[in-house]
Design a protein around this ligand. Structure first.
Ligand code: C2R
Length: 175
């Protein structure tokens, strides 16, 4: 099967963050492709990637970058596909710079921005976008997402039960 999600990043130094998106999509058996595409350093290739993405069969693009992170917005400018932007934190400014670069898009060119370093949520959001379709594959993804959400619920319930139990065992002053 060919890739339906493109996970791209401004540099291979973003991979430790961006690999979380790939892992999340693997949990949903979604085929991805991974590459380095930089708006600043390889603008012609970046434009070609965005322009050709839909025609090559991609349905969602996840783009991560740090610092002056123009990659997600520039890809959104040249593709009709949904683009999810991941602000990658660098050594200075804690990712606030990339967050603001990605999220503050002008009207007409949307980028769905996740939290700083939130590549896992980017992968999960891509799975939800694919799962919103009307075909059988989308229905299967929705089913899997429901199971995933049930797992989250059970984990949260177990945390509550553990906390309540630890409180119940306390005795004496301050309990
Ligand atoms: N923000 C961008 C873009 C872009 O937006 O086109 N291209 C590279 N970068 C970012 O530069 C940082 C440092 O890159 P290097 O580690 O290669 O020096 C990375 O976080 C990358 O995403």
């Amino acid at each position: 099967m060919s890739a339906i999600v493109g996970v791209v990043m401004g540099s291979d130094s973003d991979w430790p963050v961006m690999s979380d998106a790939v892992e999340a999509l693997a949990e949903f058996d979604v085929e991805v492709e991974v590459d380095v595409v930089s708006a600043h350093r390889m603008p012609q290739e970046m434009i070609a990637y965005g322009e050709q993405a839909a025609g090559r069969g991609l349905r969602v693009i996840i783009a991560g970058a740090g610092g002056a992170a123009h990659l997600p917005g520039m890809l959104a400018a040249v593709t009709p596909l949904p683009v999810i932007g991941v602000p990658v934190p660098l050594r200075h400014l804690d990712g606030m710079d990339s967050l603001l670069s990605i999220v503050q898009m002008p009207s007409g060119v949307p980028v769905a921005t996740v939290s700083v370093g939130g590549a896992r949520n980017a992968g999960l959001l891509a799975a939800r976008i694919l799962g919103a379709g009307a075909d059988d594959g989308a229905a299967q993804l929705r089913e899997k997402m429901g199971q995933f959400q049930q797992g989250l619920r059970e984990t949260a319930q177990a945390k509550g039960a553990k906390l309540r139990a630890s409180r119940a065992h306390r005795t004496g002053f301050g309990s």
